[in-house]
Design a protein around this ligand. Structure first.
Ligand code: C2E
Ligand code: MG
Ligand code: MG
Length: 648
């Protein structure tokens, strides 16, 4: 019972005594402690050397104190400064403590400040050597003091003359201070331990967050596939490991994903993407890399083995361009547009290869092809495209655009009845850029709307001037499909004619068949609205759009313009003659006037007039010209007509 209680007490006391509580200080911290202790020790000891040596002459004490500073504290300080032999340095400091406090005890008496310093010694032991060694050094000093006080002092009479009561009080205090120092040091080390554990826990949490963030930054959240950033990294690695073997980089654009996701809802759309990712992953095999780089874009990288199983499966899929995916009980057919680039043939840089595959994919989409291999010549076209786009933005701001007018002529009387406004762009450095080049770029980039706004304003101003001069000519303006469907188009052109006081009847809007192919209903809505205001409509480039003739009867149009492809070799091509003749007949039966464009010779003009074509346009009559020239010629022509009428 007693022994059990004793052992339990001992166990609960054991950390206090030092088991398991030794500090594991970093070398830097240990060195700093040694420097601090030896520095303070030397600073305190040196004044005593002077006092004991010169003021109250105790030469032996002064000599021992000086020797302690020079032989123990100074070397300890230097060793700590150089971060060498730290254990030895700590022992030197404690040995110095033994010597100084021993001398103090034997020769000087531990009264007054001496007593105070000697009681601090256990703290020094625990601070420097940790819990276990701190106890050993402190107990050693207690042992030394006991031996001196009770044996050497009282029995042999060596040293300072203490009273027995004083000696006992001193030893009691020394023991008490040792326990306090041990407890204090224990608290200190425990606190540090807890701090270290806490820091380790917090660091682990921060690390796991960091890992999560790194994962999210490099992977697609939905599929868990690598994203573009990670793909560049992996592709670089794959190229480094390829050892000269080739790789194929395929950029797969999932067609109509947006529409399908809309139909399926948010969750269904996600499911669809996951199923596509699964199918693709299954088809590329272990050697390939699959990544999701955009919402509707995947990238597949495979070794370039033309007959290898992965390449074959991939090629088959590319060729088929579609596969069935089960979502919400439906089988949906997913189609891809694929762009392919090759390593090392096209580039040896990962980002460039990805960009090239993407460019090829965009080109495939544009040309409505299932897949396309990257073509370096295309790169130049792309760059030119981007250059022209940025130049166009500037050109709009600087008003570098202009209009040229090409007359439309009554094929029977030869009179000018109107004109077509054709946009012209003369860039100061690039020179003349034809509309066939910049209009498609403007349409793709959305710049066609501001361009049409500017052009419309310019044309309506022109019409106002003509009317002021007595020129009663109509003006045809080309309107692209996108502009017709842009939200404020009809409001804007109404506002424009009202601003300038020009009747809508003098403006014909030329639309191509592409306007009706994609969104017939919306186009009809806008056209009916504009027609009710008085604008005329003409179908431009008629016959080239592959669209059905049935739309003609639904459209509020007044004119058909036969494309110049059927006109410019009219007399040599019986097929063109048949098409033109039947188009004229069809148009007249529907109550439409017919304009033939691209007339380059008198014989074609006569042939068309004989077949009942109402009007013509082409180099034979006049090329497109600046507005001032047009006005001059139109005025001259009118004067001629007036004089011939008065002559009659
Ligand atoms: P388009 O509307 O069919 O214009 C007729 C094109 O035929 C004009 O080419 C004109 O210069 C050309 N042309 C006229 N007579 C002849 C001829 O006898 N022989 C030959 N070989 N060509 C003739 P341009 O000015 O180069 O315009 C090309 C196309 O660019 C236009 O075809 C039109 O679709 C588009 N475009 C021009 N200006 C504008 C515009 O302001 N807005 C929009 N959206 N498109 C425009
Ligand atoms: Mg036209
Ligand atoms: Mg045309």
């Amino acid at each position: 019972m007693f022994w059990g209680g004793l052992s339990r007490g001992f166990i609960s006391l054991s950390p206090m005594l030092g088991w398991g509580a030794d500090e594991l200080l970093q070398p830097d911290e240990r060195a700093r402690q040694i420097q601090l202790a030896s520095g303070i020790g030397a600073a305190v000891a040196l004044p005593f050397v002077i006092r004991n040596g010169f003021i109250s002459p105790l030469p032996v004490v002064a000599a021992v104190e000086l020797a302690t500073v020079l032989l123990l504290l100074l070397p300890a300080f230097l060793l700590a400064h150089r971060r060498r032999f730290l254990t030895l340095a700590e022992s030197l400091v404690l040995l110095a403590g033994y010597v100084i406090f021993g001398v103090l005890l034997i020769f000087r008496g531990v009264q007054g400040t001496g007593m105070f310093w000697a009681l601090l010694f256990p703290f020094l032991c625990f601070f420097l050597k940790g819990q276990l060694m701190g106890w050993l050094y402190s107990l050693g000093f207690i042992g030394f003091a006991s031996i001196y006080l009770f044996f050497l002092r009282f029995h042999l009479g060596i040293g300072f003359d203490y009273s027995q009561t004083y000696a006992i009080h001193y030893l009691e205090l020394l023991c008490g201070f040792t326990v306090v120092a041990a407890g204090f040091n224990l608290l200190r080390t425990r606190f540090e331990e807890r701090l270290q554990v806490r820091v380790a826990e917090e660091t682990a949490v921060a690390k796991s967050y960091l890992t999560q963030i790194q994962y999210q930054a490099s992977h697609d959240v939905l599929t868990g596939l690598p994203n573009r950033i990670e793909l560049v990294h992996r592709l670089s690695q794959q190229m480094a490991n390829a050892g000269g073997a080739g790789l194929v980089v395929c950029n797969l654009h999932v067609r109509r994903l947006h529409e399908l996701s809309n139909i399926l809802g948010h969750l269904g759309g996600d499911q669809l993407v996951l199923s596509i990712a699964e199918k693709l992953a299954a088809s590329i095999g272990s050697q390939g890399i699959l990544a999701r780089t955009r919402r509707d874009e995947f990238v597949v990288i495979c070794p370039l083995e033309p007959q290898g199983p992965e390449a074959l499966a991939l090629r088959r899929q590319i060729e088929q361009r579609q596969f069935g995916v089960e979502v919400q009980g439906y089988t949906l057919y997913v189609e891809f547009s694929v762009g392919v680039s090759r390593y090392p043939g096209h580039s040896t840089d990962a980002s460039t290869l990805l960009k090239q595959a993407e460019q090829a994919m965009l080109q495939a989409r544009k040309s409505d092809l299932p897949w396309l291999l990257y073509d370096p010549a295309q790169e130049q076209a792309f760059q030119r495209h981007h250059l022209l786009f940025s130049l166009m933005c500037e050109a709009l701001a600087k008003e570098e655009f202009d209009i040229h007018l090409q007359p439309q002529v009554d094929l029977v009387s030869g009179r000018w009845i109107g004109a077509e406004a054709l946009c012209r762009w003369h860039h100061p450095a690039e020179g003349h850029i034809p509309p066939g080049v910049f209009i498609p770029i403007a349409e793709e980039s959305g710049l066609v709307d501001p361009l049409t706004d500017w052009l419309m304003d310019r044309c309506v101003r022109e019409l106002r001037q003509w009317r002021a001069m007595g020129l009663e000519l109509g003006l045809s303006i080309n309107v692209s499909a996108l502009t017709l469907l842009s939200p404020n188009f009809s409001d804007k052109i109404r506002a424009c004619i009202e601003r300038h006081g020009v009747p809508a009847q003098s403006i014909t809007l030329e639309l191509t068949e592409s306007c009706f192919m994609n969104s017939l209903d919306r186009s009809l809505l806008v056209m009916h609205h504009l027609r009710s205001v008085g604008f005329r409509f003409s179908v431009d480039d008629f016959g080239t759009g592959f669209s059905s003739l049935s739309y003609l009867k639904h459209l509020p149009i007044q004119e058909l313009k036969i494309d110049r492809a059927f006109v410019h070799k009219l007399l040599a091509q019986p097929g063109d003659q048949a098409i033109v003749t039947s188009t004229i007949g069809l148009a007249h039966q529907l109550g439409l006037t017919v304009v033939a464009e691209g007339i380059e010779d008198a014989a074609s003009a006569a042939w068309l007039a004989a077949r009942g074509c109402d009007a013509g346009q082409g180099y034979w009559f006049a090329r497109p010209m600046p507005t001032t020239d047009f006005v001059q010629m139109a005025m001259a022509q009118r004067a001629e007509a007036v004089s011939s009428v008065s002559a009659v």
